[in-house]
Write a protein that binds this ligand. Sequence first.
Ligand code: NAP
Ligand code: GLV
Length: 316
Amino acid sequence: MKILFWLPQADASTWLAGLRHALPGAELREWQPGDTAPADYAIVWHPPRELFAAPRGLCAVFNLGAGVDAILALEREHPGTLPQDALLVRLEDSGMAPQMAEYVQHAVLRYLRRFDEYALQQARREWHVLAPHPRESFTVGVLGLGVLGAQVAQAVAALGVPVRGFSRSAKTIDGIETFSGELRGPQFNAFLDDVNVLVNLLPATPDTENVLNAATFDKLARGAYLVNVARGTHLVEQDLLDALKHGTLAAATLDVFYTEPLPPEHAFWREPRITITPHSSALTLREEAISQIADKIEALSRGKTVSGVVHIQRGY
Ligand code: NAP
Ligand code: GLV
C-alpha cells in the first residue's frame, strides 16, 4: 500500500515515523513537487493543486483537520481537481473536542463573570465591583451541532447556563434546546432571539459564508458576545467592528480570521474588546490523528466503510 503525505510547516519526519509505526508494511512518502507516482491514499493538510494533478489511483484522501474548506475551495476554483473516485475523509474529533470545549467554556465564564471588563478597568486603574450576569438567563447559542459543536454545547451547559444549538438537520441532545433548518430562516431567527453568547462551530461552505453579520448580531440580546472558533470567512469583519461601536455586541473572542496570520495593521488588533488567539482553539493532535487515520485505512483496505466521509456537494 502506497501513501502520500503533505503537511506544510510541520516536522513531516515525526508524522511519517508515527504513520510507519501505525501502518507497518505501508510505503509512505512525503509528496514533493513533480511526484506523479501512483498512491492508494493521501494524508494532507492544505495541499497544493499539483498534488492531485496526476491520475495516481487514489482510493481516499485524508484531511489532517476537521474542516475541509481549503481542499473544497481548490475543487470549486478548479473543478475536477479532486480525483473523482476517491473519498475525502476528515478528522472526527480525534482529541479536538476537549480542547474546543475548554476554550469555549473559558470564553463563556470570562464573559459571565465580566473578567473582560475587569481587564479594561485594570488598564485604566479603576476599582469597581461589577455584578455578574445572571447565570440562569445567560443564554449561549452554539451554531453547528456536529462532532465538535454538540460536545461544546454539552460542556457549556455543564456550567449551569441555558444552551441552545442550531444545525441543518433536527437533533436531540440532552440538556440542549435544539433548533434546525436554514440559516437566515425562521428557526434560525428563533434560535438567535435573546442569545447572550453566540458560539460559531459551523463548517465553512458557500451557505455559511458571512453568516456572522449585522443582521445576525441584531437578533441577539443587546450587548451580546461572539465567540468564533470555526473559520474567518463566517464573519463580516466590518459588521463586528460596527456592532462593537454601537453596543449591539459587547465583546468578541476570535480564533480564526479571513486572513491568517492576522496582518499586523488589522483593526482587530487595536480593538481592546476583541480577544485574539492564533487559530489554536483545537489543534490537530498527532498521535490521535494517526491512530484514527490508520484505523480507517485498514478498514477501507478490507472493503469496509468508514465515518467522516465528506459530502462534496454539501461542502462538509
Ligand atoms: P461537523 O461534524 O461537520 O458539524 C458541522 C455542523 O454544522 C453540523 O451540525 C451541521 O448540521 C451544521 N451545518 C452545516 N451547514 C449548515 C447550514 N448551512 N445550516 C445549519 N447548520 C449547518 O464539523 P465539526 O467537526 O463539528 O467541525 C466544525 C468546524 O469547526 C470545522 O468545519 C472547522 O472549520 C472548525 N474547526 C476549527 C478549529 C480551530 O482550531 N479553530 C478546529 C477544528 C475545527 P447537520 O448536523 O444537520 O449536518
Ligand atoms: C482546524 O481548523 C481544523 O479544521 O481541524
